[in-house]
Unconditional design. Structure first.
Ligand code: GAR
Length: 211
């Protein structure tokens, strides 16, 4: 059984997609140990508690400085001892010491086709605003392993989504969630929980013989 901890900042629709997939048996071999949010008002904490999952608030605002937060956050994660940390719309930079301790065991969902529209300043609705500003015709979402870089770890899966002429950032964000994110993240978790993926020379591959 893969024990996961999900980190969320906002609405938590990706968390909901994961919870629904577990309930429906589309994710197997997974136990959700806790949901962590940096935002007391996050609907995600309510979604977690409604599912009987501990919802934990960890906000940088409650610590003297970022170093103190980084230490406390990492200690809390060690206490929760997940096999996999899932960043499902978590807009706080992961402490370097946590990346090191959980190397190869943190995944993130990003609302664009990495390496486009990612890195510093590209998160949440801002990604879709920049996509529309640039006028690209195809966007999408990416699930990847987290390393010490920003949106730079090995890519697990991507899905493309068309941009329409009259899109607003909000309309496009919703389409990317529906057509890409809510499918990709549960699938990636199920693949990891069932041993279907391996990383070879920095690239994620499907293990032979595993459908
Ligand atoms: C999602 O679109 C997710 O991909 C994005 O934040 C949103 C959270 O929505 N994450 C990032 O931008 C990370 N760089 P949700 O709380 O409804 O799942």
């Amino acid at each position: 059984m893969l024990r996961i901890v999900v980190c969320v900042s906002g609405g938590g629709t990706n968390l909901q997609a994961v919870l629904d997939a577990v309930d429906a048996g589309r994710i197997t071999n997974v136990e959700i140990g806790a949901v962590i949010s940096n935002n007391a008002g996050a609907k995600a904490l309510t979604r977690a508690r409604e599912h009987g999952i501990p919802g934990i608030l960890m906000s940088p605002k409650e610590y003297a400085d970022r170093e103190a937060f980084n230490r406390a956050f990492t200690e809390e994660m060690v206490r929760l001892h997940p096999d996999l940390v899932v960043l499902a719309g978590f807009l706080v930079r992961i402490p370097p010491q946590m990346v090191e301790k959980f190397s190869g065991r943190i995944i993130n969902i990003h609302p664009s086709l990495i390496p486009s529209f990612c890195g510093v300043g590209y998160y949440g609705i801002k990604v879709h605003e920049k996509v529309l500003e640039r006028g690209v015709k195809v966007t999408g979402a990416t699930v990847h392993f987290v390393n010490e870089g920003m949106d730079e770890g090995p890519i697990i899966a991507q899905r493309a989504v068309y941009v329409e002429d009259d899109d607003t950032p909000e309309i496009l964000q919703r389409r990317v969630m529906e057509q890409a994110e809510w499918l990709l993240l549960p699938q990636a978790i199920d693949d990891i929980a069932n041993g279907r993926l391996e990383v070879v020379d920095g690239h994620v591959r499907r293990r032979e013989g595993r459908a």
